[in-house]
Design a protein around this ligand. Sequence first.
Ligand SMILES: *[C@@H]1O[C@H](CO)[C@@H](O)[C@H](O)[C@H]1NC(C)=O
Ligand SMILES: *[C@@H]1O[C@H](CO)[C@@H](O)[C@H](O)[C@H]1NC(C)=O
Ligand SMILES: *[C@@H]1O[C@H](CO)[C@@H](O)[C@H](O)[C@H]1NC(C)=O
Ligand SMILES: *[C@@H]1O[C@H](CO)[C@@H](O)[C@H](O)[C@H]1NC(C)=O
Length: 391
Amino acid sequence: MARMAPLSPMFFFLVLSTTSPAACVGAILKNGLGRTPPMGWNSWNHFGCGINETIIRDIADAMVDTGLAKLGYEYINIDDCWADFNRDSQGNLAANASTFPSGIMALADYVHGKRLKLGIYGDAGVRTCSKLMPGSLGYEEQDARTYASWGIDYLKYDNCHSRKTSPITRYTKMSEALLNSGRNIFFSLCEWGVDDPATWAGGIGNSWRTTVDIKDKWESMTNNADQSNKWASYAGPGGWNDPDMLEVGNGGMTTEEYRSHFSIWALVKAPLLIGCDIRLMSNETKEILSNQNVIAVNQDELGVQGHKVQQDGYLEVWAGQLSGGRVALVMWNRGPAGASITASWSNISLSLSAVVDAHDLWTDEVTSSVQGSLKRDVDSHACKMYILTPK
Ligand SMILES: *[C@@H]1O[C@H](CO)[C@@H](O)[C@H](O)[C@H]1NC(C)=O
Ligand SMILES: *[C@@H]1O[C@H](CO)[C@@H](O)[C@H](O)[C@H]1NC(C)=O
Ligand SMILES: *[C@@H]1O[C@H](CO)[C@@H](O)[C@H](O)[C@H]1NC(C)=O
Ligand SMILES: *[C@@H]1O[C@H](CO)[C@@H](O)[C@H](O)[C@H]1NC(C)=O
């Protein structure tokens, strides 16, 4: 299918008041991965460069012990700062011997032994963003072979120190190298949305960042949600827009703000990569990350990215189609005071005569036989999330 031109602001304005199912999903990466958005954990948001093999192993243990693994969280992803500053005498990437003394292959074995998957981090330039590790530019085939030989399952591929060459060329090179590596490795492009990767990354990666790095702040989280929203029609099974990893549990937002963060990320089919220290998470954090209703929206087989369909100042309605003719709905109050929000059927791809049961995914209450619109009071910086099932 032909790829669409980048959406202009005017086009975005128009789709706000209509429904737009995933109509322009293009090529799909031939590794068969990512039929639903990836779920797991990544070290960066909480630990930054302060990682080592003990922490990664403990996180894998916690993923199983907390019950998160059973809910679908499977990737344990190491971010920047895992490798030695220099390549070895054969030009291979090598683990930092003081922080990962057992090596990455042993870590992969450990993680696989827990029925989880191991992800790693590289860069499409000459050094990674921390500058502490080599990048893969010019070493794509060699590094992909190294990752495959270690048993790596996922590669996050960053965009620092790129010598300003075309990202399409650099990311395509690694994509092909991974396909040739003999192992199916999920390919996560971290190009930050600079060159509108939604328009070209479909056949190259399983996910592509649409935004700058998230910060553990409401403004950052909402900005990333908005930026990723305009690319909604490009997402689908095999290739997802990525507004960056979760900050839930890191302390910079309120519990209700984190609930909005998780609800919207699930609705927009974002990767659900936990970014907190799950060994020490609070009950509130665990409750958010463990909501199976919300996770089911993210993992719905139809793979349609929900998007913003209605906006009245700070009061927003986001919605997306689910399998079985159902609709996922988020009523989101981004303003400073509580307010009433009405989600109209005409804006959420339901016929006006449709009668639905509205299942509140956070309280588990079901309101039967709702017709035409759903009206709810929503607190400041909070949301309500529903699955609407037509009768
Ligand atoms: C290994 O990691 C430590 C901690 O990040 C760092 O100080 C050290 O320079 C690294 N060693 C090499 C050889 O890269
Ligand atoms: C990893 O870091 C933790 C916490 O800083 C420390 O207790 C542990 O000994 C470290 N392990 C390795 C292998 O460096
Ligand atoms: C957290 O949940 C556990 C198990 O459900 C419970 O035993 C514990 O008291 C809770 N902690 C707090 C601070 O509520
Ligand atoms: C649908 O959404 C548009 C755009 O936000 C809004 O102007 C309109 O009032 C909504 N329709 C209804 C019936 O609420």
